[in-house]
Design a protein around this ligand. Structure first.
Ligand SMILES: Nc1nc2c(ncn2[C@@H]2O[C@H](COP(=O)(O)OP(=O)(O)OP(=O)(O)O)[C@@H](O)[C@H]2O)c(=O)[nH]1
Ligand SMILES: [Mg+2]
Length: 266
């Protein structure tokens, strides 16, 4: 979003610091500068994908993909978000903003950062503290749910609500920025044992109270994951754009506009 440096500057800086799995960039020489001025050197970023174009107009935004382990966060990052169209995830950087808990990060040229954070219920206490720091850096949360994992649906719901219960009841707010959009992605629907969207909705129950004040929606990946993930992230990009616009307007107007709760079936 167009708001310049954030209050969590130390975290922001490390998320954008050189990645653990990538060699440091060579310093620029007069020759390489001259080549790039002439457009003859290879660009630092590959061309944007249709997915990446969904975020045109946004800058300096951090989107956190969270959810239980094995929900499919890394796969979504590599297959849909990454600019590497071979799906090899060449631009997926491993960063270590909080020490001991490396996260995967994809960064677009306009400084839109996507990162994956595990939300395992059995995670050690110090992991939870680190995760809180990462969620606090987010301008949006994407909560990934494994539709084939019937046994852990309730756990996924509880973990999501746990983070938002803090939002409602405490000043600390799980470190989360207020009113950020929440996109629930129902993944792995290609698997035979996957639950139907109706079962998922039932399992999650009424989350409206916990997510009060946050624009949120639930999207299924369905038979055409590519198309549906575009629709889902297009919803998210629109909400982020709206938030940017609201920040630019006088306070009274942003208060009138409020937030909406939707339950979208694409
Ligand atoms: N059938 C199917 N398998 C998937 C899908 N998405 C992910 N998987 C598989 O599920 C497993 C876990 O996926 P990951 O992307 O590693 O999950 P994750 O959420 O990053 O897991 P952690 O890093 O452990 O938190 C892998 O074997 C993936 O290949 C999907 O849409 N359909
Ligand atoms: Mg992963």
């Amino acid at each position: 979003m167009n708001q310049g440096p954030k209050s969590v500057d130390w975290l922001d800086a490390t998320l954008r610091a050189p990645a653990l799995n990538q060699p440091p960039q060579k310093p620029k020489t007069w020759f390489s500068t001259a080549l790039s001025t002439l457009g003859l050197s290879s660009p630092q970023f590959p061309p944007l994908t249709p997915f990446a174009h969904l975020f045109d107009g946004l800058h300096h935004t951090t989107i956190v993909l969270s959810g239980l382990d094995a929900a499919g966060k890394s796969t979504i990052l590599r297959n849909h978000i990454s600019l590497d169209q071979t799906h090899a995830g060449q631009d997926v950087a491993i960063r270590n903003p909080l020490q001991h808990f490396p996260v995967e990060v994809v960064t677009y040229p306009s400084d839109i950062v996507f990162l994956t954070v595990d939300a395992g219920g059995s995670a050690p206490r110090n992991y939870k503290a680190c995760e809180r720091g990462l969620i606090g850096a987010g301008d949006a949360i994407v909560w990934v749910v494994d539709a084939s994992d019937r046994d852990r649906l309730v756990e996924s719901r509880e973990e999501l609500l746990y983070r938002f219960a803090r939002t409602a009841n405490s000043e600390e707010k799980y470190g989360m920025k207020s009113g950020i959009p929440v996109l629930m992605l129902i993944n792995k629907q290609d698997l035979e044992q996957a639950m139907s969207i109706e079962e998922i909705k039932q399992g999650f129950g009424d989350t409206s109270a916990a997510l009060n004040g946050h624009p949120w929606t639930m999207f299924e990946m369905g038979a055409n994951p590519e198309m549906n993930i575009h629709r889902a992230f297009s919803w998210l990009a629109d909400r982020l754009m709206e938030a940017d616009n609201r920040k630019g307007r006088p306070k009274e107007m942003s208060e009138v506009s409020g937030t909406m709760n939707t339950f979208t079936k694409p």
